[in-house]
Design a protein around this ligand. Structure first.
Ligand SMILES: Nc1ncnc2c1ncn2[C@@H]1O[C@H](COP(=O)(O)OP(=O)(O)OP(=O)(O)O)[C@@H](O)[C@H]1O
Ligand SMILES: [Mg+2]
Length: 261
């Protein structure tokens, strides 16, 4: 033991370098509704966290606070050691660091697929047009829609649109990707093509927070399952632990409903 090793004792409160997203004592209300209640959640670099829970439990709100689409009443959220900026350029940069994929794709309808994936790179990251196009094409290729580059979103299937949305988020080189029920609006035959892209991202080490009802994905891709109910994190466990041995009655009840129907 060197004398220096004592130093670590005094650093307890600082987030570890491997902690990428840290929520501490986060509270949020919508009027009288206490939608997030004392949320404490740390997401490590490269970790895949699946968030599940009944409708209205606060899953989407939780995601939206992480890239500040929603403000919080109290507590702190830090990304890579930095608190969330309130507004302006800093906030735009943060949003680029935190990629978000929604249930409803949210592509720019009046831009081509290629333009959708180029735009943020140019406007937020200051990348030149040529480099942005090169990267966009390579990402579209990676998610399997390279041949659709010149079409408009409405000309694509839902599964293709969602893969473009993923490519668009990835084009910003995000530190973390948030997915809020990315397959819920898709026809059944398109769900897997999107889950496969997400599965690959997870394998390549992307840090991901995924709200989903796809329990197969949770089992195979998640490092951790977070179960929410009534605005609280009720359980956190590995997928194995959670699915085979949920501890709370809320989780048991929820699982029996989604797994046996
Ligand atoms: N902008 C808002 N204003 C007021 N109440 C809201 C707002 N957004 C969400 N809520 C309420 O907050 C609660 C949590 O909503 P949230 O969308 O986070 O739940 P969820 O877990 O994502 O549900 P679902 O599984 O149905 O998507 C719900 O009761 C909802 O009605
Ligand atoms: Mg939701």
């Amino acid at each position: 033991m060197t004398p220096m090793s004592n130093v670590s004792v005094t650093k307890d409160a600082a987030p570890a370098a491997e902690d990428l997203v840290v929520l501490k004592n986060v509270d949020k209300h919508f009027g009288a509704l206490h939608v997030l209640q004392d949320i404490n959640l740390t997401i490590g670099r490269g970790e895949v966290v699946v968030v599940i829970g009944p409708s209205g439990s606060g899953k989407s709100t939780l995601c939206r606070t992480i890239n500040r689409l929603e403000t919080i009443d109290s507590g702190t959220i830090t990304i890579d050691g930095k608190p969330l900026p309130a507004e302006g350029k800093e906030l735009a940069r943060l949003r680029a660091d935190v990629g978000m994929v929604f249930q409803s794709f949210n592509l720019f309808a009046h831009k081509t697929v290629l333009e959708n994936v180029m735009l943020g790179q140019i406007k937020v990251r200051g990348v030149d047009k040529k480099a942005a196009e090169e990267k966009a094409r390579s990402l579209l290729d990676r998610v399997g829609v390279a041949t659709q580059a010149d079409k408009y979103p409405a000309q694509l299937s839902g599964g293709q649109q969602q893969r473009v949305a993923i490519a668009r988020a990835l084009a910003m080189d995000p530190k973390v990707m948030l997915f809020d029920e990315p397959t819920s609006a898709l026809d059944p035959e398109m769900i897997n093509e999107v889950l496969e892209v997400m599965q690959q991202l997870a394998q390549n080490g992307m840090t991901m927070v995924v709200v989903t009802h796809e329990m197969g994905f949770a089992r195979s891709a998640a490092n951790r399952v977070v179960f929410m109910a009534d605005g609280r994190i009720v359980e956190e466990a590995t997928p194995d632990q959670f699915f085979s041995n949920p501890r709370s009655d809320r989780a048991k009840d929820f699982l029996s409903k989604i797994l046996h129907h």
